[in-house]
Design a protein. Structure first.
Length: 247
């Protein structure tokens, strides 16, 4: 009887020491944020033709921007993300985090002063601020990073002849025009397996005319944030920030 009791106790002890089944181990949540470019109500495609508020035909050829300090105001979920529509599609970032902690999301369009003027060669090779990753989003002449880049070709003459000979080049970035934005009351989409998704959109029709200020691309078509271009650079950043919304 004593031997049987000893056997039962040993069996129970061994059973209690077994690892939990894999399906009982909590999964690490992954939070994915995407940005879908649109033109009004339709998905935007690079090199496709749209009409500006002035009636010009426009084809967007490049769309890139930096977002930084993305978090809930207390903790940072993603320090820096680089959006490159032609190369990476709608992806902005995919990070580990608890979706319940981020019902509010704060971020900047652009890069804050500390990182904007740091040595771009010291970052890890996968970091969006690494000089090789940043590539043409960094001004090697010392001004820091390009916060956003919009390039397009425009036909400004409504004569039914396709002639896209007017080029739009907005390459803007400087400490003074960093643009913070915030979304609150967020509901992350549950994709299953601890994957959560927050879809954003970027409406380039609203970028051209946000109801407060608009661009006539015949006369306002370029900025590299040089001296004398402060006003148009700020306008580009403000309209771009206003064009970002929940999808």
């Amino acid at each position: 009887m004593r031997t049987l009791l000893t056997f039962v106790l040993v069996a129970l002890t061994l059973g209690a020491c077994k690892d939990k089944p894999a399906d009982q181990v909590p999964l690490v949540e992954k939070l994915k944020v995407t940005v879908q470019p649109t033109y009004g109500a339709v998905h935007l495609e690079l090199d496709s033709t749209y009409s500006t508020p002035q009636g010009y035909d426009i084809q967007f050829t490049d769309l890139k921007f930096y977002a930084s300090e993305i978090g809930n105001g207390a903790t940072i979920l993603c320090r820096t993300a680089l959006f490159d529509f032609r190369t990476n599609g709608v992806a902005l970032f995919n990070k580990e985090g608890k979706h319940g902690d981020y019902s509010t999301l704060n971020a900047n369009v652009g890069i804050g002063t500390t990182y904007n003027h740091a040595d771009p060669t010291v970052y890890d090779v996968t970091d969006p601020l690494n000089i090789q990753v940043a590539n043409d989003m960094y001004w090697t002449w010392g001004a820091g990073y390009i916060f956003l880049k919009i390039e397009a070709r425009v036909d400004t003459i409504p004569d039914n002849i396709a002639n896209y000979d007017h080029f739009v080049t907005f390459h803007v970035g400087s400490d003074a025009i960093l643009q913070p934005f915030q979304f609150s009351g967020l509901t992350w989409l549950d994709l299953g397996n601890a994957q959560y998704h927050l879809p954003l959109k970027l409406d380039l029709q609203k970028f051209l005319d946000n109801g407060v200020q608009s661009f006539d691309l015949k006369t306002e078509f370029t900025s590299h944030s040089h001296v004398g271009q402060e006003a148009i650079s700020l306008k580009v950043m403000q309209n771009f920030k206003d064009a970002i919304g929940l999808y």
